[in-house]
Design a protein around this ligand. Structure first.
Ligand SMILES: Nc1ncnc2c1ncn2[C@@H]1O[C@H](COP(=O)(O)OP(=O)(O)O)[C@@H](O)[C@H]1O
Ligand SMILES: [Mg+2]
Length: 380
């Protein structure tokens, strides 16, 4: 890799932190950048992504022409581009208007996290560019996001087979983030618009702007502001800012309901999908759950599995939700052992939280509840 002129200390770290072992140095850096993610421990493996010049990405995207704009998220715009060697890429550009330091931190967080993950169900980072702004370069996902495919009323409904493939692939990607890679990664923004589809419709988890790396000894993390997307937020996160793997498990449960029903996580009358689905799941009237656009064309056994998995994932009490490896067992094992998941009578969850997200506001988009960005650590 050529020598790089890096304006940001954070970028320097991304390329050299494997040498850093000194605790004081690490602590200073955490305070300096408010980035806790890439500096907690030295990594044995350096990221393999490449640095692009501004000219390369400018040319590839035809000068960031609006014809190439494929997506707009909370803090960035995404453009399709074709590199000189013919490779089709997605260039994610930090919004020029987003001069907020926190947005920049999110962007660096994404670079620091995704640069170190490798799994077929997680979006691959090709590189970055730090001239003239901040840019991340990814492989281009030909079919866009699950949200765009699922909710596009002009295209034919996606088949049951494909829905099932998306559900299982996404569960594998999330299990990898929680258990299979070097660190515990909590994504914090699992939702249909953050799951991309490759040319053969393999789902890939993307958008690591809110992701957190949790040290193994922490039971959870307490976060302010509460950021994420209404409809997908776990009660303990929404109410107390508590984040751990179960936050993602809850969001995954809502995502499953979305794939099965074709409904959005919050509907026009501000009812959350989870509170709409819960009575249907409880009375086992699964045909009411399924997207009517499928016209009855689905696999009943697979539906039962997905619905049961979703019902476990969206439990109010995080402790009674499965881990992602248990989710995979329920989704894929021959036998569906419902008894195993019964909550003992004396510990049955109260339903006090149900409907907590049925808010009186214009909201099915990403939000942040407060401008403060403080982090507290639980020692338990
Ligand atoms: N690699 C990619 N290939 C194709 N489209 C993409 C890619 N990355 C993002 N997009 C599109 O851009 C949208 C916003 O991207 P995302 O990374 O989620 O940004 P934000 O962090 O601003 O939400 C996605 O929902 C998707 O439609
Ligand atoms: Mg997004």
């Amino acid at each position: 890799m050529p020598y790089l002129y890096l304006r940001k200390s954070s970028f320097k770290r991304l390329f050299s932190f494997s040498k850093e072992t000194n605790n004081t140095l690490r602590e200073e850096k955490i305070i300096e950048t408010k980035l806790i993610l890439p500096v907690i421990e030295p990594l044995s493996q350096k990221p393999t992504f490449k640095c692009y010049t501004y000219e390369e990405i400018f040319e590839a995207t035809d000068g960031f022409s609006t014809d190439n704009l494929v997506g707009r998220g909370g803090y960035a715009e995404v453009y399709r581009g074709v590199m000189k060697d013919g490779q089709v890429v997605a260039v994610k550009r930090l919004n020029r208007a987003a001069d907020d330091e926190r947005k920049e931190t999110e962007f660096l967080t994404e670079l620091g996290t995704i640069g170190h993950v490798h799994h077929p169900n997680v979006s691959s980072l090709l590189g970055c560019c730090i001239d003239n702004g901040l840019y991340l370069i990814f492989e281009f996902s030909l079919h866009g996001s699950v949200a765009s495919v699922l909710h596009d009323e002009e295209s034919p409904a996606i088949s049951w087979k494909l829905r099932y493939k998306i559900a299982v692939g996404t569960a594998r990607g999330l299990n990898y983030l929680h258990k299979g890679c070097q660190r515990r990664i909590i994504h914090r923004d699992i939702k249909a618009s953050n799951i991309l589809l490759t040319s053969d419709f393999e789902p890939q988890i993307s958008d690591f702007g809110l992701a957190k790396w949790l040290p193994t000894q922490w039971s959870h993390h307490s976060i302010h502001p509460i950021e994420g997307t209404l409809g997908y937020l776990a009660p303990e996160y929404f109410m107390h800012g508590i984040v751990d793997e179960k936050t993602d498990v809850f969001a995954f449960g809502v995502f499953l309901l979305e794939i099965v029903s074709g409904r959005r996580p919050v509907d026009g009358s501000h009812q959350s999908l989870s509170s709409w689905a819960k009575p249907i799941l409880n009375e086992d009237a699964l045909e009411k759950l399924v997207d009517p656009r499928l016209a009855g064309d689905y696999d009943v056994a697979q539906l039962e599995r997905l619905a049961f998995t979703a019902s476990l994932c969206i439990r109010s009490a995080a402790t009674w939700r499965p881990t992602m490896s248990e989710v995979l067992e329920v989704m894929e094992d021959e036998e569906l052992l419902k008894e195993k998941w019964k909550i003992p009578k004396d510990e049955e969850e109260e339903d006090e939280f149900w409907g907590f997200e049925d808010l009186e506001c214009e909201c099915d988009s990403s939000f942040s509840s407060s401008p403060l960005n403080s982090i507290s650590i639980s020692s338990s």
